[in-house]
Design a protein around this ligand. Structure first.
Ligand SMILES: Nc1ccn([C@@H]2O[C@H](COP(=O)(O)O)[C@@H](O)[C@H]2O)c(=O)n1
Ligand SMILES: C[C@@]1(CO)OP(=O)(O)OP(=O)(O)OC[C@H]1O
Length: 159
């Protein structure tokens, strides 16, 4: 059995009156994350962790931000495509642990729904996905709500 660990990070700018998509759901907030896709930092960090574990490069390599196919796309589709790459390399996903860093809104009430969407996209059980959140204690660009950050680690395995 070959077991690999992966790490991912993502950051996106927050803009006023912009949709805030995080963990595959839309949050009700006065600002939202801006990017080429739907700018879902949580899914992007998870995809980077998975691609890293399989030594397949990063999300920007497979889903270029100059490619109109990915413009405005739901990152759940990017997650499904990432799973195909991981499976093609012969791996299955063990577990995912993620950390969100944003000042607002409160994420805890939304975590069960996020887990459902992420589990479906990666064909996992919700028990195999952990999502946590912290503020940045009002400091820096996260504290000023100028940006949102996500970190993720994962295990993948093949026999
Ligand atoms: N956007 C956030 C940030 C934090 N939480 C939850 O609140 C707890 C306390 O956060 P601190 O940054 O003050 O330590 C944290 O442990 C999370 O459970 C949240 O839901 N959404
Ligand atoms: C997802 C992609 C592709 O639409 O674009 P963004 O939404 O800007 O996200 P990012 O995490 O900066 O990089 C990966 C991309 O190339």
């Amino acid at each position: 059995m070959k077991i690999k660990v992966g790490f991912g990070f993502d950051v996106h700018q927050l803009k006023d009156n912009h949709p805030f998509v995080l963990g595959g759901i839309q949050l009700d907030h006065y600002k939202g994350a801006f990017g080429h896709s739907d700018a879902d930092v949580l899914l992007h960090a998870i995809c980077d962790a998975l691609l890293g574990a399989a030594n397949l490069g990063d999300i920007g390599f497979h889903f270029k931000n100059t490619d109109d196919r990915w413009k405005g796309i739901s990152s759940l589709i990017i997650a499904e495509e990432t799973l195909k790459l991981i499976k093609s390399a012969g791996y299955e996903i063990g577990n995912i642990d993620a950390m969100l860093c944003l000042e607002a809104p409160k994420i805890n009430p939304h975590i069960p729904e996020m887990k459902k969407h992420i589990a479906k996209a990666f064909q996992l059980e919700v028990e195999d996905i952990s999502i946590k959140a912290t503020t940045n204690e009002t400091m820096g660009f996260i504290g000023r709500e100028e940006g949102v950050v996500a970190y993720a680690v994962c295990l993948i395995q093949k026999s």
